[in-house]
Each structure stands twice: as structure tokens, then as C-alpha cells.
Design a protein around this ligand. Structure first.
Ligand code: SF4
Length: 233
């Protein structure tokens, strides 16, 4: 007798949410991926900082130092002054300089292009050894850069929205990503995961805000435990 292999049914929640948000907000702007080192620098700058301010800081670093080798070799006080518009420049400036020096010492030159040879889980463990680099930053580097690997960058919007939707329990970024990745259809590419991150972020900035979620206007209301509980009929 032929043995039937048990296949658990695919969970439709993430694809359905993705489609509803696509219909609501339209296609997010297509990303032009940066090289992994530039994405690494940007991701360290962008922690707890608004996107436009993080871009401004990256532009300021480019204008002031020209190359990432010059940034590595600059005095930390000068780096701190240059990125003064972001949150915690006094912490991020030494993180940046130290990480760039350590990458150079370990690889012989300042690049992260060599990561393309390695498995995604190995790359993430390697990146997370640097001070200031956690799962959010390592996911951004592997998913958003030219490495284009499968990962979900869990920022504060993603944490809040997915918890309210009941997709994940209250947990840190690593646990949330691990739980959500179990719901991701196998056919989703790295680009789809990037798009999904962008849609959830837009939703978190637009309707599902921290202070005052506008559940009455939300296209996800009927599938959201938080919204259902907090919206009067
Ligand atoms: S119904 Fe409310 S809490 Fe739920 S996703 Fe929409 S805005 Fe957020």
C-alpha cells in the first residue's frame, strides 16, 4: 500500500493580508538594492530613526568622507558630528567605525561582497557579531542589498501590526521573524518579502499607528483581533 505523505495545509493569512494591503496602498516603490556594505552602514544609522533622516545621514557621510574607507579612518568625533541629525549619534558613530575596522581586519579590505558565497544563516550570525547589529539589521542587509536573500526585516511597525493582527505573540524581532517566516509561502522570493515588509511598514505609518490605530478605516479589520475588540459596532 502506498504511504500517503501528510502535508499540512498552507496558511493563507500572510498572502491574503499582502493582497489586501497591495489593493489599499498600491505597489510600493521598487528598491534599487545597494551593495551589502552600504546597506549595513545605512541600517546601523536607521535604527530608531525616520527613513528620510537616515537617508540624509547617509548622504552626509558620502559628502563628507567620499569613500567608506575614509569613513573608517576618520576620527569618531567627526563621524558623530556628521550624523548628528539621527538618534544616538554618540553611540552609532563608534559602532560604525569599530565595525568597519573589524571588517577590514578580518577580510583584508573594506567590503561585504564576499558574503555572497555563504549561506543566509551563516551571514546573519556573522553580521550579528558586531556591536549594534541585531536581527533587524542583519535581515535588512541580506534581504534589501544585492545579496537578495529570504529574510523579513522586523522593525517597530512590523512588530506592532503583526501582534495586533494576532499573527505573532508579543515577542522580540528574532522570535517574530521566525514565527512569520513559518507563514510565508515557499514560492515567495526575497523581493516579495521586501515588498511585504514595505506594505506592513506603510500600513503601520498610515492606519495602524502606535498612538491611534484607525481601525474603522482599516481593510484588515474583519481579520484583526485587536481591531475587532477595540472598534464599536
Ligand atoms: S484593524 Fe486596527 S489594529 Fe488591526 S490592523 Fe487595522 S488598524 Fe491595525
Amino acid at each position: 500500500m502506498t504511504e500517503l505523505l501528510f502535508q499540512p495545509p498552507a496558511d493563507p493569512r500572510l498572502p491574503e493580508i499582502h493582497q489586501i494591503l497591495l489593493e489599499r496602498y498600491g505597489q510600493p516603490k521598487t528598491r534599487e538594492p545597494w551593495d551589502p556594505l552600504t546597506q549595513f552602514i545605512y541600517s546601523i544609522l536607521s535604527s530608531r530613526t525616520k527613513t528620510d533622516v537616515s537617508h540624509e545621514a547617509l548622504r552626509a557621510l558620502r559628502a563628507r568622507f567620499g569613500t567608506w574607507d575614509n569613513l573608517r579612518d576618520a576620527p569618531v568625533e567627526e563621524i558623530e558630528r556628521t550624523i548628528g541629525m539621527i538618534t544616538f549619534p554618540e553611540t552609532k558613530a563608534p559602532w560604525l567605525k569599530t565595525a568597519l575596522m573589524q571588517i577590514t581586519a578580518r577580510y583584508g579590505e573594506l567590503t561585504l561582497d564576499f558574503l555572497a558565497k555563504y549561506r543566509t544563516d551563516k551571514i546573519r550570525i556573522w553580521l550579528e557579531q558586531f556591536e549594534g547589529v541585531g536581527p533587524k539589521t542583519s535581515a535588512a542587509v541580506v534581504n534589501f542589498s544585492t545579496l537578495r536573500r529570504k529574510a523579513l526585516c522586523i522593525d517597530s511597525h512590523h512588530l506592532r501590526v503583526t501582534q495586533r493582527l494576532g499573527l505573532t505573540p508579543r515577542a522580540d524581532a528574532a522570535t517574530t521573524e521566525e514565527r512569520l517566516m513559518r507563514l510565508v509561502p515557499p514560492e515567495w522570493t526575497a523581493e516579495m518579502l521586501d515588498e511585504h515588509h514595505a506594505l506592513i511598514k506603510i500600513h503601520g505609518q498610515t492606519l495602524c499607528t502606535f498612538a491611534e490605530p484607525r481601525c474603522g478605516s482599516c481593510p484588515l479589520l474583519e481579520r484583526c483581533p485587536y481591531g475587532t475588540k477595540h472598534t464599536r459596532p
